[in-house]
Write a protein that binds this ligand. Sequence first.
Ligand code: E4P
Length: 215
Amino acid sequence: MEFFIDTADVEAIRKANDMGFISGVTTNPSLIAKEGKDFHAVIKEIASIVDGPISAEVLADDAEGMIAEGQVLAGLDPHVVVKVPMTPEGMKAVKGLKKLGIRTNVTLVFSANQALLAARAGASFVSPFVGRIDDIGWDGVELIQTISEIFEIHDIDTKIIAASIRKPQHISQCALAGADIATVPFQVLMDAMKHPLTDNGIARFKADWAAANMK
Ligand code: E4P
């Protein structure tokens, strides 16, 4: 399973990229709005940092509008993947963008049927929202597992991005469930890296070294 970072915060992206474990970025309109900067400028800046797929979302409701927006977004950088919502118009846009050679990430996926339909429409990526499914008392990781099994049985090469990751446990659970990618907020990545025994171990090694007066 690969890691993408789920943010539009350029400084967080830079820090995570420097640590070597991210291979892409996902954004959404809420994350872009939070930064209070020009949408296209932010996407271009992200593309100058990360050498991998960068999802940028369309806002139109109709396929024609989504395709037009998608073409502009894809023109910003070759790494841009156009994020399209899981709607009938979205599916038409996925098909149209594919014809133009533009990759799509179908977002707001909450069921296996939605993922399968998006894959068959021609999506390069699907994004099931694990945390938001947990929020309504269902099991987000189980959905990842189901989609992964269906894609395996039917030899579908659309990549599964486990999205809406809220805690470190989601990461390993989604990896076991067969996600190709987890897109993770910066803080959750940092939390996943920590372990109290690692910190204790470093402190003990230093203390032992100092006690023996090693140089
Ligand atoms: C991913 O593509 C989505 O932008 C994101 O993971 C949504 O996460 P949230 O449910 O925490 O807002």
